[in-house]
Structures are given as C-alpha cells and as structure tokens.
Design a protein around this ligand. Structure first.
Ligand code: GLP
Length: 244
C-alpha cells in the first residue's frame, strides 16, 4: 500500500489498529498486539494516543508484546525500548501495566533460554498475536532478526549486525555505546501473527523494500519471509516505494 506521505499512511494504520481494538472489545475479547520500536511507528503511536484522548479509544482490553530489546539493557535507561514504549504510548493510554510485555534486557545469561521460551508461551497463552506491527532495518531485519535468521527461528539472544549498530550509533552517542546483543522475537512467532503490517518511510528504505517485496524469499533479507504470510501489508510512502 503506497501512500503520499508517512502521515497519511500512519493514519490508516492507526485506524486499522483502533478498529481491531474496538471490534475485540465488542466481542468481549482481548486484543493481542505485537508492537515495534524505531522511528517508523512513532506517528502511529502518536495518533493512537490522540484517539485515546479525543475519541475515548480504550486500551483496557489490549495485551501487547514488543518485538525486541537490547541486551544488556536496564528498563529505565534512556536507550531502552521499555523507555521508548512508555514515552511513545503506554504512559499516555489506559493500557494495564500487567498487560504489556517487552523482552527483559536484564535477564541473567544463564536463564535467557528459559526466559525466551516463556515469552513466546505467554503470547500463545493469550491466543496468539492478532496484529503485528513491524519496521524494517536497512539490511532487511525484522525485530532484530538479522540477515541469516531462519524462517523457523524462535525468540532468542542475537548478535547485532555491524550495520545495525552503526545505524543506532547516533542515538547512543557513538558506536562504542551500542550494545552488541539483543533479545528478539523469532521469525516463526512473527509469522504466526494473524495480520502483519510493515512500515517503511523515506528513500533510505527504498532498496530494502524493493528486495523484500519483489526479490526472492531469502535469509539474506528476513523481511522477504513475509511474502509467505497470508495477510501482510507493506505500508510505504512514495519515497520508500520508489524502487518498486
Ligand atoms: C531497530 C528495531 C527494528 C526497527 C528498525 C528500523 O533496529 N529493532 O524493530 O524496525 O530499527 O528502525 P527505523 O524505524 O528507525 O528505521
């Protein structure tokens, strides 16, 4: 889906999420959302916050699971995805504290394996993801599933690509401050979501979007795995669509 600009696109995506939340409310069911960080979803979150304030959109039936977190990372660090989500969304809506989950960047190395399994189990226990929001890395990563991640990969500790660390180095005030590892939801649980929307804005995403949408399905570009999903949309602006 190609939109004139990221604002229009974000509006459409926020509408879809709000409609889903309300539909589930009417059915008396929880709405299970997979959420992403990065700059791409920021406007979607801002619009959802506005809908909460102005239209009374309630998040009380929302259960959310974030894709990833740096490792090691304290939740209250200014660089953490915990902090990002609180600032962009959770602190401004009525989601219950016990209903949002973000991978814990402080889990001891020895219990990581069990922790990752339990993170996925928790998603399954509430019925699986109704909707997964994604961004895309310049190298095709989804969550932090870097090139080489397999289609059946599970939630795990990964080593960040050099290019991913370079892309994050501005925010962290230098490459040496960027963590080398992260916890990410695997490709398999992402593909298990019933609906997936990937966002990409700007010219710097044009080439990776072209390869993800039109290229071969390949571990060299994990976003290309989405081609196999029955209900996925790549929501892009004109610039990110410029090489399609
Ligand atoms: C980070 C996140 C990804 C995100 C990507 C792109 O690496 N872990 O989930 O999709 O950045 O970020 P941006 O949206 O800022 O381009």
């Amino acid at each position: 889906q190609i939109f004139a600009d990221s604002k229009e696109a974000s509006n459409a995506v926020a509408r879809e999420i709000a409609d889903l939340i309300r539909q589930k409310q009417n059915e008396g069911k929880p709405c299970v959302l997979g959420l992403a960080t990065g700059s791409s979803p920021k406007t979607v979150y801002a619009i959802l916050v506005r809908m909460h304030r102005e239209e009374g959109l309630s998040f009380r039936n929302v259960i959310s699971f974030n894709l990833d977190e740096y490792y090691q990372m304290e939740p209250d660090s200014i660089y953490s995805y915990h902090r990002f989500m609180k600032e962009q969304l959770f602190d401004h809506v009525d989601i219950l504290k016990e209903n949002y989950f973000i991978p814990d960047g402080t889990v001891p190395a020895t219990s990581l394996r069990d922790y990752c399994t339990s993170y996925e189990n928790r998603i399954n226990a509430v019925g699986g993801l109704d909707f997964q929001l994604l961004g895309i890395g310049g190298n095709g990563h989804i969550g932090f599933n870097e090139p080489g991640a397999l289609i059946n990969s599970r939630t795990r500790l990964i080593t960040l690509d050099h290019s991913t660390r370079v892309a994050a180095s501005m925010e962290f005030g230098g490459l040496h401050n960027v963590p080398r590892k992260a916890i990410t939801l695997g490709v398999a649980p992402i593909l298990n979501a019933r609906r997936i929307v990937l966002l990409a804005w700007g010219e710097r995403k044009a080439s990776v979007i072209q390869r993800a949408v039109e290229g071969p399905v390949s571990e060299l570009n994990p976003a290309s795995y989405l081609q196999a999903h029955p209900d996925v949309s790549f929501v892009v602006d004109e610039s990110a669509a410029s090489e399609l």
